[in-house]
Design a protein around this ligand. Structure first.
Ligand code: HEC
Ligand code: HEC
Length: 358
């Protein structure tokens, strides 16, 4: 072989090597590629005052499943629009990116949702294990998912092939599309169940580990007072770390309803549900501006002013909005400031900074 041919060959080998790295070929796993299937099952995290979260037998949490779910949550591999779940749902602060979902509703935070009976503003979905199926549906605007491309990406990805095997004992690239979507959704649900927050200043106060300032304490009293804030009926009180009753209410935002403002009615078709929304959690509320299903309020001050004097009458407005006839309880300036101070005690910076979630 002449020197120049040797060089040419070398060059070709180098070039093809480069090409391989840039565009990894799908590979066929060897016999022993997958290794053992022996997941380490774990109990779902707990919160004081609450019963254990619902964790169905068919998707028991495991260390492997939570880790797999976390990877998927942060990976653009599920989208064709360059987004991941975390692009919209990332930690507390970033819901403040005032992007709304393409459906015109505000992004909901993933905190303690393992206890929720319903998901979404209108409660259209009951099972956390299935929630991501909607995101994975072809043409869904959130991720613009394309199931062929997801499959092709998995075929090139050793990590995911092994991780699905180790979690569920399945070969993800050999499943039908619905089955593959199911297991992706299961893994994501495991990660979302793991995102539990119970270490806000108010939680610490309840455990006797922190004291509230007098303003924060008065704010809590206002929150609990039927004649002032009267917030606890829907958003729960000290013994409910979810800070929501999980029920559907019309809290007086609108006097007439069209489009997304119709809320629960869009799911049930029942006129009694017009304008009702699942009560959102107040946990980390200071971090999740803007507010309400349509992001209409930019600040908590605006929210408090709304409850104090901006309530709108309508046929389905909740009977618990007892001050509706005068537009709200007309809180004093100091009660408003104290209520705000109290709401800020619901911020859990341990959660926000927990590397297990980010
Ligand atoms: C483009 C933004 C966007 C992306 C990307 C996105 N979501 Fe969402 N998500 C939303 C919005 C908006 C809502 C509220 C929808 C509604 O109820 O109207 C929501 C709601 C949810 C809920 C319900 C939360 C609750 O409190 O009930 C879950 C769970 C969820 N998303 C999971 C995911 C997962 C998992 C992914 C990735 C596979 C994902 N989302 C990707 C915007 C997004
Ligand atoms: C009758 C039940 C009810 C009462 C009483 C109530 N709320 Fe609400 N709250 C809701 C519902 C339902 C929503 C969601 C409404 C929507 O987006 O259309 C909501 C939304 C909110 C939000 C925005 C949450 C988010 O993530 O965007 C905040 C903050 C809030 N309420 C605080 C309060 C405070 C403070 C009080 C007392 C002054 C109070 N609420 C009283 C039911 C209630």
């Amino acid at each position: 072989m002449s020197k120049s041919i040797q060089l040419l060959l070398l060059l070709l080998i180098v070039l093809s090597g480069c090409k391989k790295e840039k565009n990894i070929e799908p590979f066929s796993p060897e016999e022993d590629f997958y290794g053992d299937y022996n997941p380490t099952y774990i109990s779902p995290p707990t919160l004081t005052y609450l019963p254990p979260m619902r964790n169905p037998e068919f998707n028991k949490m495991s260390l492997e499943g939570v880790a797999l779910g976390k990877n998927l949550y942060y990976d653009k591999i599920l989208s064709t629009n360059g987004l991941s779940c975390s692009s919209c749902h990332l930690k507390g602060e970033s819901y403040s990116i005032s992007i709304m979902g393409p459906t015109g509703t505000a992004v909901l935070p993933h905190v303690n949702i393992g206890w929720h009976q319903y998901h979404g503003w209108n409660g259209g979905e009951h099972h956390l294990d299935d929630v991501a199926l909607a995101d994975l549906a072809e043409g869904n605007p959130f991720l613009n998912a394309n199931n062929d491309s997801i499959l092709n990406r998995f075929k090139r990805n050793e990590f995911y092939q092994k991780a699905f095997w180790k979690t569920f004992g399945i070969k993800i690239t050999e499943l039908s599309t619905p089955e593959r979507q199911k297991y992706i959704s299961y893994a994501l649900a495991q990660f979302m169940r793991s995102m539990v927050s119970g270490d806000s200043k108010f939680d610490k106060y309840m455990r006797g580990e922190a004291a509230l300032t007098s303003s924060e304490m008065n704010g809590f009293v206002v929150y609990m007072d039927d004649n002032r804030g009267d917030c606890y009926h829907c958003h729960g009180s000290a013994g409910n770390p979810l800070w929501t009753d999980g029920e559907f209410h019309n809290n007086g935002l609108n006097s007439s309803f069209s489009g997304v403002d119709q809320g629960r009615f869009l799911v049930t078709g029942n006129p009694a549900d017009m304008g009702k929304f699942r009560t959102p959690t107040l946990r980390n509320i200071a971090l999740t501006a803007p507010y309400m299903h349509d992001n209409r309020f930019a600040t908590l001050e605006e929210v408090i002013n709304f409850y104090s004097s901006g309530l709108q009458q309508s046929a389905t407005v909740d009977p618990l909005m007892t001050h509706i006839n005068q537009g709200g309880a007309q809180l004093s300036a100091s009660d408003k400031a104290d209520l705000l101070a109290f709401l800020r005690t619901l911020t859990d910076s341990t959660f926000i900074n927990n590397p297990a979630f980010y």
